[in-house]
Design a protein around this ligand. Structure first.
Ligand SMILES: *Cc1c(COP(=O)(O)O)cnc(C)c1O
Length: 399
């Protein structure tokens, strides 16, 4: 093949997929892979889900884009439905996760500005966080490897370790506008945040007039068996960023907020050309039709438990390869005893796709529609992958 004309910023596999069917991805030469990565927690309903295909085709034949200069009834409907299911009163639609987080950050800052506190613009975030790749969200995430070489880090982000209330109290001051956290840290290795800690954050925010932002870009839209992961905890935010699974593969995101908080973004303060366009809204509504359907989330919870139990058995059977299983619902992680990248490669050899994360973890995040039989098959393939690595370890020891 000739030299790629694409930027070299991604380390891509050599697989080329031609089409998808449910939890399966099929290459152009007919090889079938069990998709336990869902394009990084995006294909929440798998590939070519008939209800989503129909919604997109119907909308495509009618109207694609009108901009936010005009009404979008499908967007109004999707916003109403999201509000009915959550803490939120208002929704802003955007095109990606990073944009959803940017909107939440801007809204929080503007809220305090409107209250006569223009210097109150600091956002507290947590070690291991990932909030996106824009200049603002790499500053929020605070990871050196994503900040390096891109000029001065945007000011106004303070980072503390997860669970460390003393460190948190030490950075909070009259400059603090908001605290932002993922209920389960995804990119850094499926690290669940304790409910007690989230409760403490809510209390600290309430006591100090600080806004609480949840980044549910990866955890949301049924991934953990609730529509949003924080709904397991009873702790509610003032602002929430959503993306990935909400579009089922169609690029879209959303910032949800209480009425009081959202009120800060009056006409002219913020916007996006594509955000909430009719195609995205049609698909978003179709995703909710399924995820909010009778018994769907209950099934995700049941299948998540079953998958996690089977993975725990796998860990027990392969102590030289796997250390532990973590996560909730169908947002699972296998902490590896060998390099996580090696296990992802071995799984791919066995016909299963998974996604590496930080902390030497392999993420298992299949479509929420995965059946019990497909879970059993996934565990079989993950077992084959572990056996293949063990065989190599034995070979290596013999040499
Ligand atoms: C993926 C992700 C983002 C960034 O979303 P993009 O759509 O890639 O901009 C932000 N936060 C979390 C928790 C994510 O998982």
């Amino acid at each position: 093949m000739s030299e790629s004309a694409l930027f070299g910023n991604y380390a891509r596999s050599n697989l080329t997929f031609d089409h998808g069917e449910g939890v399966w991805l099929v290459t152009s030469d007919g090889r079938r892979f069990l998709d336990c990565g869902s394009g990084i927690a995006v294909n929440s309903l798998g590939h070519s889900h008939p209800h989503l295909v129909q919604a997109l085709q119907d909308q495509a034949a009618k109207l694609w884009h009108v901009s936010n200069l005009h009404q979008t009834p499908e967007g109004e409907r999707l916003a109403q439905r999201l509000c009915a299911e959550t803490f939120a009163d208002k929704v802003l639609f955007v095109n990606s996760g990073a944009e959803a987080m940017e909107a939440a950050i801007k809204c929080a800052r503007r809220y305090h500005y409107d209250n006569g506190q223009p210097d109150r613009f600091h956002i507290v975030t947590f070690e291991g966080a990932f909030h996106g790749r824009t200049l603002g969200t790499i500053a929020a995430g605070g990871q050196a490897k994503y900040l390096e070489g891109f000029g001065p880090k945007a000011p106004g982000f303070d980072q503390v370790p997860v669970g460390d209330l003393e460190a948190l109290k030490a950075v909070i001051g009259p400059q603090t506008a908001a605290i932002a956290i993922e209920p389960i840290q995804g990119e850094s290795g499926i690290r669940e945040i304790q409910t007690d800690f989230l409760r403490a954050l809510r209390r600290i925010c309430d006591e100090n007039g600080i806004l609480l932002i949840f980044d549910e870009i990866q955890t949301g839209v049924g991934r953990t068996g609730r529509l949003f992961a924080h709904q397991w905890t009873g702790v509610e935010p003032d602002l929430m960023a959503v993306a990935k699974g909400i579009g089922g593969g169609f690029p879209m995101g959303a910032c949800l907020a209480t009425a009081e908080t959202a009120g800060a973004l009056v006409p002219g303060t913020h916007g996006t050309t594509f955000g909430g366009n009719p195609l995205a809204m049609a698909v978003g509504n179709a995703v909710l039709d399924v995820v909010l359907g009778d018994g769907f989330l209950e099934e995700v919870r049941r299948k998540g438990l079953s998958f996690k139990q089977k993975l725990a058995g796998l860990v027990d059977g392969h102590p030289k390869v796997l250390d532990e299983v973590r996560g909730n619902g169908l947002m699972l992680g296998l902490k590896c005893a060998v390099p996580a990248g090696d296990y992802v490669a071995a799984a791919r050899q066995a016909g299963l796709l998974a996604v590496p994360a930080g902390d030497n973890v392999v993420r298992i995040m299949p479509p929420l529609t995965m059946s019990e039989e497909e879970i059993a098959l996934a565990v079989e393939r993950l077992d084959m992958a572990a056996c293949a690595i063990e065989a190599k370890l034995v070979e290596g020891a013999a040499e």
